[in-house]
Design a protein around this ligand. Structure first.
Ligand code: GDP
Ligand code: IMO
Ligand code: MG
Length: 424
């Protein structure tokens, strides 16, 4: 068996949560491999809406296991809130959830350091979700971090205090004022102990044994390829490998165990936070996309920046991830646009290119568009797609040399058009 991977092709919020939920019947295990509570994955079904941050999006299906992999960073306080929401829905989470012992812990002081770092950057701030992601991954690579498995150690509190002291010294050096740390810590300690109700696992063995035993596994990405620490629009990125390779390191699976790679993208583009966005529309067209698409962050509520689809960026993401199947979401949002633009190349100093330049924020980048006629009709998953939308899909398939296997026509589980995929 192989592990299939689903990940974002753009700057996050492509609809990963919805599509993982739709694909879950096909799998036995859903595994998150990177990121943390900076993610906000929305699922809608039976008239209800749920937002998950750390817990994999297969959690609402009975008989499926959901693994929080070693590459994920966990804030126990946020995790507990997610659990509380599941309890309110009578979801038997202890039967469906596993956490890797090697996943790193986000401490209250990591969140303070995130805020201090952003404050120090001033107008150049990343636009972080302020969940402590950057500082936690820094402690991981700096070999100082605390992991879920450490919660089981008798000297955990001492190790926590040693790391906290280090952080406090850093905050003092940064001259960053804060209060309420003691209260934050109290809640953190309680929730960190509570997490121990969920089985901890040496997840690299769990996953590889599951593969040997014929289990079907879907790895669920967070963020998007253009926020990848290596290949995103650095420094306006997150602090983990969001691309397919991150599934190998974030779960302990070998590259030759990767099966299908589902690349999910919106029929247009959005970005939340700072950083380059060549096709951004800072006009009434962008506002219309934001209004119709309800483009406000699932984690922070911030308005998302909106713009046309960028094929240069999409092809880059297809290349980096070895995408085998594309999934297009939010086609319905374009139903009210008579003219749809797609960026097919950039120009720099009058030279056209279809490759992303080293500096995606280079002010010389100009975007070249081709216009596609809109379909100007409501979409329905039980009816054939309008010709103009089929043409839009054909166009993207030709440009990317990759099939579009699913088209999402609305936020609900049922608003999904499956083109060439078995769902179970
Ligand atoms: P994720 O982070 O990739 O899981 O995406 P988010 O949940 O942050 O943002 C996607 C938003 O679009 C959510 O509010 C979803 O409910 C919604 N959504 C997903 N697919 C579609 C779709 O095809 N059409 C519309 N209109 N909304 C969608
Ligand atoms: P999902 O999984 C959209 C963005 C932040 C910021 C940058 C760095 O829901 O698609 P961080 O908190 O990681 O230090 O922020 O990355 N960002 C996201 N944008 N969707 C996400 O996750 C994001 N996670 C982080 O807005 O620009
Ligand atoms: Mg999101």
């Amino acid at each position: 068996m192989k592990v299939d991977v689903l990940l974002g092709m753009q700057w996050g919020d492509e609809g990963k949560g919805k599509i993982v939920d739709v694909l879950t019947p096909k799998y036995d295990i859903i595994a998150r491999f990177q990121g943390g509570p900076n993610a906000g994955h929305t699922l809608e079904f039976d008239g209800q809406k749920f937002v998950l941050h750390t817990i994999p999006s297969g959690i609402f299906h009975s008989g499926k296991m959901n693994l929080v992999g070693n590459g994920v960073v966990i804030d126990p306080v946020i995790f507990q809130k997610e659990i509380d929401n599941l309890v309110a829905q009578n979801v038997p989470y202890t039967e469906r959830l596993l956490i890797s012992r090697k996943a790193h812990l986000i401490l209250p002081t990591h969140r303070l350091l995130d805020a201090a770092s952003e404050a120090a950057k001033g107008k150049d701030k990343i636009g972080s979700t302020l969940k402590g992601i950057g500082p936690t991954y820094m402690d991981k690579t700096g070999r100082n971090g605390l992991r879920i498995g450490d919660l089981e150690a008798p000297d955990f509190k001492d190790r926590y205090n040693a790391l906290k002291e280090k952080h406090i010294q850093m905050l003092d050096r940064m001259d960053f004022a804060y209060d309420g740390l003691e209260e934050m810590e109290k809640v953190w300690m309680e929730t960190a102990q509570n997490i121990r109700k969920i089985p901890f696992t040496d997840s690299e063995y769990y996953i590889n044994n599951a593969l040997k035993n014929g289990k079907r596994i879907l790895a669920e990405g967070a963020q998007g390829s253009l926020l990848d620490i290596e290949f995103g629009s650095y420094p306006f990125v997150t602090s983990s490998n969001t691309i397919c390779a991150g599934a190998c390191t974030g779960l302990g699976i070998a590259p030759n165990k990767i099966g299908d790679v589902y690349g999910i993208f919106k029929a247009y583009c959005t970005r939340v936070g700072s950083g380059p966005f060549p096709t951004e529309l800072e006009d009434e067209v962008g506002q219309k996309l934001r209004d119709i698409g309800h483009e406000y962050g699932a984690t922070t509520g911030r308005p998302r920046r909106c713009g046309w689809l960028d094929m240069v960026a999409l092809n880059y993401a297809v290349m980096l991830n070895g995408v085998t199947k594309l999934i297009m979401t939010k086609a319905d949002v374009l139903s009210d646009f008579s003219n749809i633009e797609v960026c097919t190349s950039y120009s720099m100093d009058d030279k056209s290119t279809t490759e992303l330049p080293f500096d995606h924020a280079d002010p010389r980048i100009k975007t070249n568009y081709t216009a596609q006629p809109g379909w100007m009709t409501e979409l329905n998953a039980n009816e054939a797609l309008p010709k103009e939308l089929e043409d839009y899909i054909d166009f993207i398939e030709k440009e990317t040399e990759c099939p579009i296997s699913i088209v999402s026509l609305g936020p609900d589980r049922t608003q999904t058009m499956v083109r060439d995929l078995q769902l179970a």
